[in-house]
Write a protein that binds this ligand. Structure first.
Ligand code: AOF
Ligand code: ZN
Length: 366
């Protein structure tokens, strides 16, 4: 049991924010708790872009009890007029006494101004309570708001010898059912899902979110430099989520037109022969896709790794050894010459899921 202190209330605010992951679009997830005279009098979470911020919901619930209260908020209250008015002004107007913040808002429009506004009005401000957890929670928002580029997570499922299919191409299934369920939660929490056209040709996947309860499906992004995608593939016909194609100027114009007529957006990412993935990320960022889950195949994973375009790698390993001199591996690219050149994963997290192992980390290039 945790003693009742600032961390106790911040933990509650973080839990509310955590549960909203995936539903705020390019906005952060934020939770707020209002405490007055030793009791919680207001709770709030930012639920969707364009709707009230966490503080507003919590203060509305607190009503007149907000005066003289302590407000816990997982992100620095905003200071700008965006789709909604500034939360700092609202906190000042409500005459709260103390604001406890987990982490600063890296949005250049805020970046410390929210905290300054509160302090200038004599409100006590404490920052850094459960800061690391708050930063980790908004890793996607932080990357996107500071770079305009999506946060890229590469997810792989391989045998222990690193293969994502057998020598004949068989891949159903490598990871266990529990590991595959986790992937659907990951899909829910990303704005986009990306695969290479080879995956469409091999598996004709839906790439939607399928949980035991309804979930949010990401925009489906297919890297297909020459538009080889079959017109009858599921992602082009099921209408379950938008689909976007990444191609090059070498792609057949008639096929591009045919796809656009069906409402499929076709982006031209460079002059070929393969999709310029850096340019693709810039264009996807411009379309407000702030996070992308990459689900292979090996070539797409390898290209992203080679171009240093991955923010996180999540690898599910099954206790199987399949061999195969030409069986594909999870990262297929030219490769580095020396072990000292290898990409390493930092901040490693290892979790056992039944007989599978999940390894997560942040790639670091030497
Ligand atoms: C807060 N509390 O709950 C959230 C904040 O367009 P808007 O008005 O929704 O503003 C979005 C920006 O506001 C977003 O980029 C981030 O800087 C901040 N989000 N701030 O005080 C909240 N969601
Ligand atoms: Zn705000």
């Amino acid at each position: 049991m945790h003693n009742i202190d600032d961390e106790y209330y911040m933990d509650l605010a973080l839990q509310m924010a955590e549960r909203a992951q995936g539903q705020t679009g390019i906005n952060p997830v934020v939770g707020a708790v209002v405490v007055k005279d030793g009791a919680i009098v207001g709770l709030g979470s930012h639920l969707k872009r364009g709707t009230p911020h966490a503080e507003v919901h919590a203060l509305n619930m607190a009503g007149a009890q907000a005066e003289g209260s302590t407000v816990y908020v997982t992100l620095e209250p905003c200071s700008h007029y965006g789709m909604t008015p500034p939360c700092s002004e609202r906190l000042i107007r409500e005459k709260v006494s103390r604001v406890v913040i987990a982490c600063d808002d890296p949005n250049p429009l805020v970046a410390g101004r929210g905290i300054r506004m509160l302090r200038e009005k004599g409100i006590e401000v404490v920052t850094g309570i459960l800061r690391d957890r708050a930063i980790r929670l908004n890793k996607m928002f932080i990357k996107y708001i500071t770079t305009g580029l999506p946060y890229v997570t590469i997810k792989t499922a391989s045998t222990l010898d690193g293969k994502i299919a057998s020598r004949t191409g068989d891949s159903k299934w490598i990871s266990n059912a529990a590991a595959r369920d986790i992937v659907h939660t990951m899909r829910h929490r990303h704005q986009g899902i990306m695969v290479g056209v080879g995956t469409i040709l091999a598996d004709d996947p839906q790439l939607t979110t399928r949980l035991s309860v309804p979930g949010l499906s990401p925009v489906r992004i297919i890297a297909d430099s020459t538009l080889r995608i079959p017109l009858n593939s599921k992602v082009l016909n099921d209408g379950l989520a938008p689909t976007l194609l990444l191609s090059t100027s070498e792609a057949d114009r008639d096929k591009a037109d045919a796809l656009r007529e069906r409402g499929i957006e076709v982006l031209i990412c460079g002059d070929g022969p393969s999709v310029d993935l850096k340019l693709a990320m810039t264009q996807l960022g411009e379309r407000e896709i702030s996070s992308i889950l990459v689900e292979g195949g090996g070539r797409l994973n390898g290209s992203l790794l080679e171009r240093q375009l991955a923010d996180e790698v999540v690898m599910f390993l099954a206790p199987k050894l399949i061999g195969g001199l030409h069986a594909p591996g999870s990262f297929r690219f030219e490769g580095y010459e020396r072990m000292a050149d290898a990409v390493t994963l930092s901040g490693l997290e290892v979790e056992q899921i039944g007989d599978n192992v999940c390894i997560k980390g942040t790639p670091v290039w030497p």
